[in-house]
Structure formats: structure tokens, C-alpha cells
Design a protein around this ligand. Structure first.
Ligand code: SF4
Length: 381
């Protein structure tokens, strides 16, 4: 599948760091099991929507395929939301144009910009854009979301001659997080936003500007080699070298806390990258070599081993049977059904105290006597 250099999904990154899109071209696509899972969920959603909206349309397979019950439930939740919007639009405009996996071209604002909107519903009044995000990492807000706005611009550009569109509603559905986020924008504001990013998009297309490290670096394909990100991560360390007093001040510890997540992730990314290059591409890193790692012995034929032990009259050789964890059971049964069946046996214990920035939405803890061992040493930002 062809990829735009300035993709809508990467817009939050190339808008913040204009050289990133061209730097990313030097690296291969990263295949993650989560991305592949998302692709299968999208294919299943497309299948059901096409069947529901155009029953007469031929489809190569009879039924959509799901990895598990969790995927089926999540996809059906997204489909229900889409179908509700389709019905609303048809009630408003009889010949509403429904598009599943719609190619949208936003090149009027972003050089060579195009992408695929999961669901686009064109009707008088409100144009609807719906996006399925199958991941369950963090909830993604539709508010001021550049990916959704670029889809909206493309869909508006292609359809505004045929429909009287006044507003666009952009909705992101993350069924596995129970998250549905919407944003409504007038066409005037949308077009003004499109014009406001034109210069930045042009700089990004030309690979111009200064690298600007930040939270948007997370999925950048250049993150392992990016000098600006390395400089930012190392700068805090260097800032405290050869200074007095010999112990860090509280304010200095707090400054480092601000960067801990970024530095930890960056260090792990570098390690993974160096390892993968050594194993897959034969890369020799100065001062390093590949060796065989430590390994544990394992029983290769458990049935024969068990028989030999039982024949020798050892009876107590099996582990007790153990119930799968909630994540695996959710995959097997689906969230709703699992809650019906065993919800009363599940409890959520109090979380351990966690140190977070003041901007975090959670209420501060009333601190009584807290043992240091009770602390979760994960820092969340
Ligand atoms: S890692 Fe971050 S700073 Fe570096 S190119 Fe990518 S987005 Fe820009």
C-alpha cells in the first residue's frame, strides 16, 4: 500500500518536528503485533459495515474473521456507532453518501497528502468522520486532533459541491478502552486551521526546520538515531555534572523527574535497535559482540517425562491448575460476558501511591504514614 510522506496519522509528529517525516524515510516500517491486530480488526469492521449498509454488494468471504471474542465485541461496538450515525444522516439527507475505508485527499493543504478515513458520512449540515482505534494503550482525544482534521479537510474538499456542509463531527472510537471522543468544528474554523498549517506542512515535506524532541517522538522511526532526542535526554545529565553542591537539590531532582519517562524509553529504544541490527543485519557495534545468552533447561516431551516419573512411583509431579488472568479471560469471553459471569468475583484493590506531575487529573492522596515499600516506583506523566 502506498504511504503519503506526510501522513494524517503522523501529523501530530511532523507538525511538531518538521524534519521528522523525511528522516523517517531512511528507516523500514516497524511491524508490531499490535499493528497487525489493528489491521485485522479494521478488516472485520469493514466487512460488517459493507454487509449491513449494502446487503446486495458481493463480498469475497461469507463472514468476518475475529481473533477472539474481545475483538468481535470491540468491532461490533464500533459498527453499532457507525450504523447509528448512518441512520441519523439518512434521516437528514435521503441521498447521504456513506463511505467505508474512504480515500481522502488533503493535498490542498499538505503536499501529496492523502489517507484513508475508516468511515465518512456525507450529508447536509454535518459531515461525519469516524475512526476506529483498536489499541488499548492510552485514550486518544478527537479534540484538536490533526489526523481527524486532515481527514475532515479531504472529505469536505471532495464533497462540498454536492452537499450543504456546515460542520464536521470527528469521532474516535476506542472500544477496548470504553472511550468515544468527539469534536465538532465549523467549516470556517476547519478551513482556517488547514490554512494555518500550510507553511509547516511545506517545511515538513521539504525536510526543513529544527528537530524538536517531545512526546511525539514515541513512534518516530528515527528515534534511535535522532541526535536532537539524544541531546535532550543527555542534556539534563550533563547540566548537573561538575557542579556544587555535591548532592542534587530538590528542584534538580524534580527537573530530572520531568524527563525520566522520555530518557528511559529512549535508552530502551537504543538498546532494542542496536540488538536488532546486530542480530538481523550483522551490524558490528564498536566495543560490542553477540554472545549466546543464558538459558534454562526445559522438558521437551512432558507426556513421556510424566509417564517415566509416574512409572517410578512419583505421584506429586503436577502443578495445581491455575485460572487464566483477567486479560486472557477477556480475550476468550469478551468484556461484557466476563463481567456478567464472574464480575462479582473480581475486585480492584487500591493502587499503590504513585508520584505524578501536578497536571495529572487524579486527586492527591491524603498522606498518612506510608511505608517506602508501598510505593510503586513507576513514574507516570
Ligand atoms: S525522534 Fe523526535 S526529534 Fe527526532 S526526528 Fe523524530 S520526532 Fe523529531
Amino acid at each position: 500500500m502506498a504511504h503519503a510522506i506526510l501522513s494524517a496519522s503522523g501529523a501530530y509528529r511532523w507538525l511538531a518536528c518538521t524534519p521528522s517525516a523525511r528522516l523517517e524515510q531512511q528507516f523500514k516500517d516497524e511491524q508490531s503485533p499490535y499493528a497487525a491486530e489493528g489491521t485485522r480488526a479494521h478488516a472485520a469492521a469493514e466487512h460488517i459495515l459493507v454487509r449491513e449498509i449494502w446487503p446486495e454488494k458481493a463480498f469475497p468471504q461469507d463472514a468476518p474473521t475475529f481473533d477472539d471474542k474481545e475483538m468481535e465485541n470491540a468491532v461490533r461496538r464500533y459498527v453499532d456507532i457507525c450504523l447509528e450515525k448512518v441512520n441519523e444522516a439518512r434521516a437528514r439527507t435521503q441521498d447521504a453518501d456513506i463511505q467505508v475505508e474512504a480515500r481522502v485527499d488533503f493535498s490542498r493543504w499538505v503536499p501529496e497528502g492523502f489517507g484513508t478515513g475508516d468511515m465518512v458520512i456525507v450529508a447536509d449540515g454535518v459531515l461525519e468522520i469516524v475512526d476506529l482505534k483498536y489499541g488499548k494503550g492510552v485514550p486518544v482525544s478527537a479534540e484538536n486532533n490533526p489526523q481527524m482534521r486532515l481527514y475532515a479537510l479531504g472529505a469536505y474538499e471532495a464533497n462540498n459541491l454536492f452537499y450543504d456542509i456546515e460542520q464536521v463531527r470527528m469521532t474516535i472510537v476506542q472500544p477496548r478502552l470504553d472511550s468515544i471522543s468527539s469534536d465538532l468544528i465549523s467549516i470556517e474554523d476547519l478551513l482556517a486551521w488547514g490554512d494555518s498549517i500550510k507553511d509547516t506542512a511545506l517545511a515538513a515535506f521539504d525536510g526543513k526546520g529544527k528537530c524538536n524532541p517531545g512526546k511525539h517522538c514515541g513512534f518516530c522511526k528515527a528515534r534511535h538515531n535522532c541526535r536532537a532526542l539524544a541531546d535532550k535526554c543527555m542534556a539534563e545529565y550533563r547540566a548537573h555534572c561538575d557542579k556544587e553542591p555535591k548532592l542534587l537539590l530538590d528542584t534538580e531532582v524534580a527537573e530530572i523527574l520531568d524527563l525520566v519517562d522520555m530518557i528511559t524509553k529512549w535508552a530502551k529504544d537504543i538498546k532494542d535497535y542496536a540488538f536488532n541490527m546486530a542480530v538481523n543485519e550483522g551490524k558490528i557495534w564498536p566495543g560490542y559482540k553477540l554472545v549466546e545468552g543464558r538459558s534454562s533447561r526445559k522438558i521437551v516431551d512432558p507426556e513421556s517425562a510424566a509417564k517415566a516419573l509416574l512409572d517410578a512411583d512419583y505421584q506429586d509431579i503436577y502443578k495445581p491448575q491455575e485460572l487464566k488472568g483477567i486479560t486472557d479471560l477477556t480475550k476468550l469471553v469478551g468484556k461484557k460476558e466476563l463481567n456478567t459471569l464472574i464480575g462479582k468475583f473480581i475486585e480492584k484493590p487500591e493502587g499503590k501511591p504513585t508520584l505524578v506531575p501536578l497536571s495529572d487529573k487524579r486527586e492527591p492522596l491524603e498522606m498518612k504514614q506510608v511505608n517506602v515499600d508501598d510505593f510503586d516506583d513507576t513514574l507516570v506523566d
